[in-house]
Write a protein that binds this ligand. Structure first.
Ligand code: GLN
Length: 226
């Protein structure tokens, strides 16, 4: 048994899937491995068996929505969500989960919020910054916004985890987490730990040091074996 298999075994039962249609899949899998949680790329309907959570990654929401429809993955996500599977959408994933998408029709509509696509402008208006989300981590969290949406408003059952300027950057309902930035593109594991706990799993604590240091290319070893 390798060291990472040991840490996965110790973290409790249950796998988290990462929707593997388009977007930054391997970066999320790398972060899950770092917190000792088994992450699986999810592409076929049978890949949904035994998932306690699913991450819908950033990418392009129109492309993801089309692929989800073609392969009937949207119906499977709705079904597994009804059965208790937790969901986390980052950026394009958050757009797919919103009940209202400004000026367009909604897709999965599983968290009561209004979101506006490409709300900061073009790709060139992407940026990084840092902010505090005390429920998620006591430390400030590095944030990467890439042609990001803004969450403009939320329904009564949705809690705001991170409020910035004129928008919400992270929100959650009891079963769905939505972030408009990309934690998987930073060294921070705080949101991945938070989501794992939301799924009933026990991620490795911060000080465990089970993995080597993160760098921008860390996930590439996973992309090679896919
Ligand atoms: N601009 C993309 C969209 O509207 C989202 C970008 C991202 O996921 N980083 O789908």
């Amino acid at each position: 048994m390798t060291r990472s298999e040991q840490t996965i075994a110790e973290s409790g039962a249950g796998k988290i899937g990462v929707l593997n249609l388009q977007g930054d899949v391997f970066e999320h899998l790398d972060h899950l491995e770092r917190i000792g949680i088994e992450g699986v790329p999810v592409k076929r309907l049978e890949d949904f068996d035994s998932l306690v959570g699913l991450i819908i990654p950033g990418g392009e929401s129109s492309c993801l929505a089309r692929l989800m429809r073609i392969f009937e993955i949207d119906a499977m996500i709705r079904r597994r969500h009804r059965e208790g599977m937790k969901l986390w959408g980052t950026c394009a994933g958050a757009i797919l989960l919103a009940t209202n998408v400004q000026g367009e029709s909604s897709h999965l509509a599983l968290i009561d919020m209004e979101i506006e696509r490409n709300s900061f402008g073009s790709q060139l208006d992407s940026f990084v910054c840092e902010a505090s989300a005390p429920k998620v981590s006591p430390e400030p969290i590095p944030l990467t916004f890439i042609r990001a949406p803004k969450i403009l408003s939320v329904g009564p059952d949705v809690e705001i985890l991170l409020h910035m300027d004129d928008f919400f950057a992270a929100v959650e309902s009891p079963d769905v987490l939505a972030t408009v930035f990309h934690p998987e593109l930073t060294p921070s594991l705080a949101f991945h730990r938070y989501f794992a706990r939301k799924c009933g799993l026990h991620p490795l604590p911060e000080e465990s040091g089970a993995m080597s240091a993160w760098n921008r290319n860390s996930w590439m070893r996973m992309a090679r074996i896919a």
